[in-house]
Design a protein around this ligand. Structure first.
Ligand SMILES: [Mg+2]
Length: 295
């Protein structure tokens, strides 16, 4: 019996060692338009009966002022714009999370990163400027609540938003990410960040500077220029391709096989290098942006 127990504990130790010998990475993802198809602000406006045009006008106006971090426009409106502030309660934010359209297969991405890449373990976290209630409600049962960092508000007993506790927008993402890296004890070059928009610029620059890996999931010019790789798809799984190729060293047949095991055939896989070129006529006569006439 002692020998048996010894064998069991030896096996348990082996298992632990196998687990520990895996390379530990942090996978941090933006939420709005990275894991979803639209922006929380649009879904909330719709819920409140505020027109899309009105929300866009307000959000773009905020963004032009540069008063708040990029991506924190909605939080500012929730705090200070009467149309939003007077109406919004916590339950509306939870409702937005239930209504927002998620990209498919986020759960599978979580699972693959957790345990399906031999020799690697990636901790999946969400870092977003969206209100934390929206993200937690949208990703309920997919990403654990304590792996989600969004903008936090304090509420009055009446349910009204009282103040801002912390905004995870723009540079706010950098500070939150650095805290997380320290807490998890992950080396700075074992950080992967995925994002789509201007609110991700600071954090992407920081991740690149410290030899981490950045992935853009949109053609948004600035982000795509800064990210090490860009993947465009309306499914969450393909964002794993650069990780499998460049971190885990997988080849295409292995990646195809993994996707097939999740019931997906890769139908199109085009890689193009994008050069952003803007031309302007050298002479003074032509208007800027006018098509160049062939002579
Ligand atoms: Mg986004």
């Amino acid at each position: 019996m002692t020998a048996n127990r010894h064998a069991i504990s030896k096996n348990a130790l082996k298992l632990n060692m196998a687990k520990d010998s895996r390379k530990h990475y942090l996978f941090a993802s933006d939420f709005d338009k990275t894991l979803t198809f639209n922006d929380s602000g649009y879904v909330l406006s719709e819920l409140l009966g505020i027109s899309v045009e009105e929300f866009e006008r307000k959000a773009n106006g905020m963004s032009k002022l540069n008063l708040v971090q990029q991506g924190a426009e909605l939080s500012y409106l929730l705090l200070h714009d009467p149309a939003f502030h007077s109406q919004v309660r916590r339950e509306h934010l939870v409702e937005v999370g239930k209504n927002i359209r998620l990209k498919e297969n986020i759960k599978q991405v979580y699972e693959i990163l957790d345990s399906k890449i031999d020799g690697f373990h990636f901790d999946f976290y969400v870092l977003s400027a969206a209100p934390v209630e929206v993200i937690q409600s949208a990703l309920d049962g997919i990403v654990p609540q304590d792996h989600i960092f969004g903008t936090e508000f304090k509420y009055k007993p009446s349910g009204e938003i009282e103040s801002l506790v912390r905004a995870t927008a723009g540079y706010g993402k950098v500070t939150r990410l650095e805290q997380l890296v320290e807490e998890l004890g992950v080396p700075a070059d074992h950080v992967v960040y995925v994002g789509d928009g201007n609110s991700d610029l600071h954090v992407m620059l920081q991740v690149n500077r410290r030899d981490g890996f950045t992935i853009a999931v949109s053609e948004s010019k600035l982000v795509a220029q800064i990210a090490k790789r860009t993947v465009l798809s309306d499914n969450a799984l393909p964002a794993l391709v650069p990780i499998l190729e460049e971190i885990a060293g997988w080849h295409r047949p292995q990646i195809r096989q993994l996707f097939e095991s999740y019931g997906f055939l890769i139908q199109g896989w085009d890689r193009v290098q994008t050069d952003w070129v803007t031309l302007r006529p050298t002479g003074g006569k032509d208007e800027i942006g006018a098509p160049v006439e062939e002579k």
